[in-house]
Design a protein. Structure first.
Length: 395
């Protein structure tokens, strides 16, 4: 079995020649790959943990790392670069694991009854947990770095401003925010652009936090935060935004989402979809589905645009902010590590390893893989008043 891993690491090393590393096997054998000092050392502590990887691929790797039977010293991101490599992803896994993964994906279908449970699994970990490593506005989505020395706090405010300019918000307009999180976008839009907004989320923790924050900001008459599924939102609005929620819709319900947007956005109204996307329709990673984002689905750009058009929504502009998300998650990851001991006391060591792997994996995928962050601007039917250029975004 060790020979199988040695061949695998030889292949992976050949695909990323700038990565040097060591692997310490359960039987005491140590192998070096690449040239120069190792950027990380991977220890497969037991033969059983190695067998689990061969049986279950990335799911097995993640579970063994969470259990502590796989250890990583050094740059975890450089190791997780290999997670996007076809040589690793295409490892032949056992029939039992295939059936388990198939069941996992079927159980991730985002029906009305399941969606609340799926959202709670990730977002109701506790507001105190997220406060430790998010920015002051509690933005849990890609920031917008205009300059190299921007802080995360500055970059998240710049993200809100960038979106407001794209939406061409005006005082007195109504804005619906689907998946409003802790309320940062709506508060920024109300303060700086004088809009009236409604936000919805299926996280009870987010609703509790956002409602209290809106009151403390003196914006209770301008902003409403509701605990509601997007499929049940009623009324019509001048502008639409959804930031980092579309990844939770699920492939089967993308047409439903677009039809709902069509029904609540006024004719000619402008909307912006801020979402993670990928280049090819690759099935969701089973470890992420099981432990991080049950019900998650990352759509390719062509699927987003096609289903928009089928709902008679007209895409007008697409921006790819991939480098911004890599840097955003690097900031989150660094803050997470500062508070790792505190988080371990709040939960346990396995929880810390799970989130460390998730955040490091996100950095790897946005830096080196095929993960993208798309801003898709669109209108509900024709809008002949849209600016002819993008100059209004950068003045």
């Amino acid at each position: 079995m060790r020979k199988t891993f040695e061949q695998l690491f030889e292949t992976l090393s050949g695909h990323a020649r700038d990565v040097s590393f060591q692997v310490h096997f359960w039987d005491g054998v140590k192998k070096s790959y690449g040239t120069g000092e190792p950027q990380f050392i991977l220890t497969l502590a037991t033969k059983r943990s190695a067998e689990h990887i061969l049986e279950s691929g990335s799911l097995g790797f993640g579970e063994e790392y969470m259990a502590g039977d796989i250890q990583v010293e050094g740059d975890f991101v450089q190791l997780l670069r290999f997670g996007a490599d076809s040589a690793f992803l295409n490892l032949p896994i056992g029939l039992k694991a295939k059936l388990a993964i198939k069941h996992l994906r079927q159980a991730s279908l985002n029906t009305l009854s399941r969606s609340t449970k799926h959202v709670a699994h990730h977002y109701d970990r506790g507001n105190d947990f997220y406060k430790l490593w998010l920015d002051e506005s509690m933005a849990y989505s890609c920031a917008y770095f205009r300059y190299e020395n921007d802080t995360l706090e500055q970059a998240q405010q710049q993200k809100y401003e960038h979106i407001c300019r794209k939406l061409q918000l005006k005082a007195g307009e109504t804005l619906i925010d689907i998946g409003c999180g802790w309320g940062g976008m709506l508060i920024y839009a109300a303060k700086h652009y004088g809009v009236r907004g409604v936000g919805c989320t299926l996280s009870k923790e987010q609703v509790e936090y956002a409602v209290d924050l809106v009151k403390r900001q003196g914006l209770a008459k301008e902003i409403s935060i509701v605990f509601e599924d997007y499929r049940k939102i009623e009324g019509t609005f001048d502008k639409f935004v959804s930031i980092g929620m579309f990844e939770h819709v699920g492939k089967q319900f993308i047409p439903t989402f677009m039809e709902k947007v069509k029904s609540i956005l006024n004719p000619g109204g402008i909307g912006l979809l801020h979402t993670i996307g990928q280049e090819l329709p690759v099935p969701g990673d089973p470890w992420t589905l099981k432990y991080i984002f049950p019900g998650g689905y990352i759509p390719p750009l062509d699927e987003i645009v096609r289903t928009m058009c089928e709902a008679k929504l007209i895409p007008t502009d697409v921006e790819n902010l991939r480098p911004h998300y890599a840097r955003t998650v690097e900031e989150w990851s660094a803050r997470f590590e500062v508070h790792a001991k505190k988080i371990e006391a709040m939960y346990d060591a396995s929880f810390v390893r799970m989130w460390r792997m998730f955040l490091s994996g996100c950095v790897a995928n946005f830096r080196y893989g095929d993960m993208r962050l798309y801003h898709v601007l669109f209108t509900n039917g024709l809008n002949n008043t849209m600016p002819l250029t993008r100059e209004h975004l950068y003045r």
